[in-house]
Design a protein around this ligand. Structure first.
Ligand code: BTN
Length: 246
């Protein structure tokens, strides 16, 4: 992952760019990476915008071709990518670093990075997975429309080399990707749960209009968040449940 690297000065979104190349049937090897210095229309999950700051933040997309993976197992891609980012940052940030389900990278309640995975399906298998990763690295401040963000620089008072971080993330993802390919993904769920924000801690959640206190007990194979409320565990998708910060 990352051996075939395409770097761009400016792009709307590295995910969109990669999709467009694929749509033109241009052959791209598994593990191709598109990285942009400046991303002017970065996309986040649930139609959110993603803020990138030229030369200060990391924005790249990885193409994986996990033909061996059934669509029903797509959450495993979410897991390998979030663990890859987590493992890269853990030695720098320490154990305040968490994965916030499903794939946000958090430090002390603030968002350091985000992941947007867009899968293209063929039959019941995943043909192409477009994995977009955005990381706040050297920013010293954020515009007002970006709430709750934090950069590595703000946490550690140090500047980091963007490309070096990108390669490091790629190599961690690659390690898990190979494991998964070899049918060796059994430690994946454990590693994911180990770094999950709020696992086994009480928190406040909102479902429809009801706010309740619950506890995250795990994540299902489909990637649903399992939350215990009044002794019963229910599973929710991202649209159904919100965390309430206080
Ligand atoms: C989120 O937290 O909502 C996901 C953010 C993902 C941002 C990255 S930056 C590189 C890639 N290109 C995009 O347009 N989005 C992803």
């Amino acid at each position: 992952v990352g051996q075939n690297l395409i770097t761009l000065k400016e792009v709307d979104s590295t995910n969109t760019f990669l999709k467009n190349i694929l749509a033109n049937n241009e052959p791209l090897p598994d593990g191709t990476v598109i990285m942009a210095e400046s991303q002017i229309a970065g996309r986040g999950q649930q139609q959110n915008k993603w803020y990138s700051s030229t030369g200060e933040s990391l924005a790249f997309s990885i193409l994986l071709k996990p033909h061996f993976l059934a669509l029903a197992s797509q959450f495993q891609l979410t897991q390998i990518v979030s663990i890859g980012v987590y493992e890269t940052l853990l030695p720098l940030v320490g154990n305040k670093l968490k994965i916030k389900w499903p794939n946000d990278i958090y430090v002390g309640g603030r968002k350091l990075g985000g992941i947007l995975i867009e899968n293209q399906v063929q039959g019941s298998a995943i043909k192409n997975s477009i994995i977009g990763i955005g990381l706040n690295v050297n920013q010293t401040n954020f515009p007002a429309w970006v709430p709750n963000a934090v950069s590595l620089r703000q946490i550690l008072q140090t500047d980091y080399d963007l490309k070096a971080l990108m390669f490091e993330i790629c190599s961690h993802i690659e390690r898990w990707y190979f494991k998964l390919k070899e049918g060796n993904g059994s430690q994946l769920n454990e590693a994911y749960l180990h770094s999950l924000y709020w696992l086994n801690k009480k928190g406040r959640f909102k479902v429809q209009d009801a706010i309740f206190e619950g506890m995250v007990t795990g994540v299902s194979a489909e990637g649903l968040l399992q939350v215990m409320q009044d002794g019963h565990v229910k599973a929710y998708n991202l649209k159904e449940i919100q965390f309430i910060h206080n």
